[in-house]
Design a protein around this ligand. Structure first.
Ligand SMILES: O=C1O[C@H](COP(=O)(O)O)[C@@H](O)[C@H](O)[C@H]1O
Length: 253
């Protein structure tokens, strides 16, 4: 199936991106809960978590049925969950602690495992949720089909923990893999793979700030289809793709 054309939304400021993102998520939450009775959301770490801040404030926070949400992690650093490098801790402090999502619906990685064990364990947990019909499956790929993935991007174009010169970005079979030499610290991480990412119903690419401008130019500029693609260029879901960008991020376009 041909990927859908991305919907590119640009805003003057990061604050406007945060508001537009809250409105977008609110609508998707209502739509998926009405259709399926649940809403599965995958979070990146990094700057995305701060950009979610409007969702924790009125009127958005009071307009969402949080009890139907479930939360997963697009990538995670293999550190204790209370470690300053943990994406779970970042998400908990900045978002999850401020909204009433049931704790049993939040799926952090298991602690005290090696990166490989942590990736295998997370993948198996996702497969069990699919088997128990708590997660849907893509009829096209057979991978889990999350309702919404909120994806950030590093300044050199990495997404999740899928980096430019690292083989994990080519993984075709695994749902979740691991890396022990991440170019961005910490070195030990687990990450969703592209087949799993691209099986999503909706992906929001949330990219703000001047540091991202060069990679945004490569991903969305006129020469986007030339050369060796950046990881971000492999984000191509079978569902919808919406970019949320501020003026600084598009300053090289
Ligand atoms: O290491 C990571 O980096 C990316 C990008 O982070 P940002 O701060 O540049 O937005 C993030 O999406 C990923 O989840 C994280 O583990």
């Amino acid at each position: 199936m041909a990927p859908s054309t991305p919907n590119i939304q640009t805003f003057e400021t990061e604050d406007q991106v945060a508001i537009a993102l809250a409105v977008y998520i609110l609508h998707l939450s209502a739509k998926f809960i009405a259709a399926n009775g649940s809403f599965s959301v995958v979070l990146s770490g990094g700057s995305l978590i701060d950009t979610l801040r409007k969702l924790t404030e009125p009127p958005y926070v009071d307009s969402i049925d949080w009890s139907k949400w479930s939360i997963f992690f697009l990538d995670e650093r293999v550190v204790p969950l209370d470690h300053p490098d943990s994406n779970y801790k970042l998400a908990y402090d900045g978002f999850l602690s401020k909204v009433p999502i049931p704790e049993s619906n939040i799926y952090p990685i298991k602690e005290r495992l090696s990166p490989e064990e942590a990736a295998d364990e997370y993948e198996q947990r996702l497969k069990d949720l699919v088997a128990n019909k708590k997660l849907r499956t893509s009829e096209i790929t057979g991978f889990a089909k999350f309702d919404l993935m909120l994806v950030g991007m590093g300044p050199e174009g990495h997404v999740a923990s899928l980096f430019c010169w690292h083989f994990q970005r080519f993984e075709k079979i695994k749902w979740v893999t691991f890396i022990t030499d991440s170019p961005k610290p910490p070195s030990n991480r687990i990450t969703f793979t592209f087949p799993l990412i691209n099986s999503a119903s909706e992906i929001a690419m949330v990219v703000t700030g001047e540091d991202a401008a060069d990679a945004v130019k490569v991903a969305l500029g006129p020469h986007a289809s030339y050369g060796f693609p950046l990881p971000v260029q492999k984000v191509s879901p079978e569902g919808g793709l919406t970019w949320f960008l501020d003026k600084a991020a598009i300053s090289e376009l």
